[in-house]
Design a protein around this ligand. Sequence first.
Ligand SMILES: [Zn+2]
Length: 287
Amino acid sequence: MPELAEVEHHRRRWNAGLGHRVLGVELHAGKRIFRGNDLDLLQRTLRRAELVSSEARGKQMLFRFSKNGWLGVHLGMTGELRVEGAGFQPDRHDHLALRQKARVLVFSDARQFGRVLFHAGEAEPEWWRKIPPALTSSVFTLPHLQAFLSRRARAPIKGVLLMQECFPGVGNWMADEILWRARLHPGQPAGRLSNRQIRVLWQTIRWVCRRALRIVAQDYSDPPPSWLFRHRWEKGGRCPKDGSELARATISGRTTAWCPQCQPAASRRSHRVSGLPLSRKSGGGTG
Ligand SMILES: [Zn+2]
């Protein structure tokens, strides 16, 4: 599933169409990705409209057109944005095609967990304004992270990092990468992190987001072999730091990989300090 950096990469693909008019709009009306949209209005507005700008926030993208047209895109699991040549004819999974003079901007989604959200108006749509600040921005502060973790104190930290209301754009692989680099066990309850661990986590979130954007968004390259990313998918994958075999379990409903050496389960001592019984379930597999 596309995360922060993959989404940014897809957004940039459509940059080829910036400053050019849409001459024709072809779409598969009735498909799930269009639910809730006024498709007549979408077609009327986007026809003859110029693609003016675009932006990505977390897993969402917003394309701004002249004539007060705004096209939101969420890629879901299998969605992708492509640019095809002028003579291109949409296939069965190419649910939206914006035809320009020299190219066709295509949104394709085989499994249709993606979404198109069209909005007409002078101001950007309300759902866009509600997306929380980027993790790379100065608004995502250490106190902001601390407060959020304390409100989700019992949830495993892995599941908390997937909550888009605080961590827009973080998905399964980024959450595993962050926890591995911050040396935190994914099943550890968010409320049991020390101040020092929270500080390291905050720095690591920002580092991983910046690097992923730089590496993946550029040309869809994989991060280097020093990243957990390169080893977490393979059976028998090993920690690039110490060669330990990676552990795997379902935590917060998602397949999670971690290094038992770098990310040991929380010690008994921390349980005693917090005054909670040792047998208390952490809400996730501890491998
Ligand atoms: Zn390790």
